[in-house]
Design a protein around this ligand. Structure first.
Ligand code: PLP
Length: 402
């Protein structure tokens, strides 16, 4: 296994005198040197606003910004560049679809199908529509190992179902959902599918054409890129008909006090000055991912997942929540008689970063009847040595609480 840590300047520092062991990539990934450099280079030498200058700096910035869109399109195998919309992140992308899709066609008693394993970002925006449009949410239950029951899912459809909004991979359980089958089932009922790809895009190859999803959404900051940048992929057929989410500069064609006409895709959904530096930094992140290869990244993290899961399963004081056979590199667990926050704090004092809490998935915590979980999540920079250090530190936690 190649060690990619050297690509990430953050690992040069010590935490509490220990080497930093970063096991919270599902939350946000660290940034390789090339991404940091691209942002620095842009601000030092290339900054101008995009889509409005007729001078060289602005034209170059516009070209760099639009090249990233092209790159994203190729990366996820979308059909058209105009199907890639830049947003602030997964949360904003979901809000965009929720509000715009609702205005296009939701009526009282219409139904949206979600699952029990969704992140709050893929629950709350839909719930907000309940009050505004009088719609209903239907929730797919999950099994004890953390899998979706396809039969129950199928039974949730009715004549009033208007959309399925489902995560590609769970940020808590790690489960990779059987999307292809789920999308086929939804399409057989003439229902479009939105996929929250926040936890899948950075960790495995994604092909929106092969999946045939209607919307696919993710954040740059979980994929080695900067914060404040996200992607909404949508099929032309939907995006063309959906009204703008935000309005103002850049998204218009013609404005008078009597009326405004909107710019074509993708600009109709990109009001105001975008996060140009972030988008350019994201391009560098995509180049970094491409250089390693998404298949290699998946294999690397699968190795770590297997290693850690096996070692934790040997411990009688540990219970892993989420043991589905198909997972991304996420392992959440409870430790007998020790609160997750205590585990996280003691690990932190040994230079280890894990997440502890409800992971923005309170309904899932209720499903498994746990107040909080400790979560280890992997990125490309993690190694077997990180797992060794983590397991040794866990022994310290046990000793302190004995
Ligand atoms: N969806 C999932 C599955 C997530 O894990 C997260 C973040 O952890 C989000 C959505 C929200 O992403 P962001 O905070 O980048 O908008």
């Amino acid at each position: 296994m190649q060690n990619y840590k050297a690509d990430f300047p953050i690992f040069l520092q010590k935490m509490h005198g220990f080497p930093l062991v970063y096991l919270d990539s599902s939350n946000s990934s660290q940034k390789p040197h090339s991404v940091i450099q691209a942002i620095k280079q842009y601000y030092e030498n290339e900054h101008a606003n995009v889509h409005r200058g007729i001078y060289e700096l602005s034209e170059n910035a516009t070209r760099a910004y639009e090249n990233t869109r092209e790159k994203v399109k190729d990366f996820i195998n979308a059909r058209h560049t105009h199907e890639i919309i830049f947003t602030r992140g997964t949360t904003e992308s979901i809000n965009l679809v929720a509000h715009s899709f609702a205005r296009l066609q939701l009526k009282p008693q219409d139904e949206i199908i979600l699952s029990e394993m969704e992140h709050h970002s893929n629950i709350v925006p839909w719930q907000q529509l309940k009050a505004e449009y009088g719609i209903e949410l239907k929730v797919i239950p999950i099994s004890d190992i953390g899998e979706i029951d396809l039969l129950t899912y199928q039974q949730l459809f009715s004549k009033r179902t208007k959309l399925v909004a489902i995560t590609h991979a769970s940020n808590v359980l790690g489960t990779i959902n059987p999307l292809k089958k789920m999308i086929e089932i939804a399409h057989a009922e003439n229902v479009p599918v939105l996929v929250d790809g926040a936890q899948a895009f950075p960790h495995m190859p994604v092909d929106v054409e092969a999946l045939d999803c209607d919307f696919y959404i993710f954040s740059s900051h979980k994929a080695y890129g900067p914060t404040g940048v996200g992607v909404l992929y949508g099929k032309t057929n939907w995006l063309d008909r959906m009204p703008p989410y935000q309005s103002g500069g850049s998204m218009i064609e013609k404005v008078s006090f009597a009326e405004t006409t909107f710019a074509p895709l993708p600009y109709k959904f990109e009001a105001g000055t975008p996060h140009i530096a972030g988008v350019i930094g994201f391009h560098a992140a995509l180049n970094y991912l491409k250089k390693i290869g998404m298949d290699a990244i998946f294999q690397h993290e699968q190795y770590l997942l297997k290693e850690l899961s096996e070692r934790l399963q040997e411990q009688s004081s540990i219970k892993i929540i989420g043991t589905a056979p198909h997972k991304v590199g996420v392992v959440s667990f409870i430790m007998k008689d020790v609160h997750a926050h205590d585990v996280g704090t003691i690990l932190s004092h040994q230079g280890i970063a894990v997440r502890a809490g409800h992971h923005c998935a309170m309904p899932l915590m209720q499903r498994f009847k746990v107040p909080a979980l400790v979560r280890v999540s992997f990125g490309i920079y993690n190694s077997k040595e990180d797992i060794d250090i983590f397991m040794r530190a866990l022994e310290t936690v046990k000793r302190l609480f004995k």
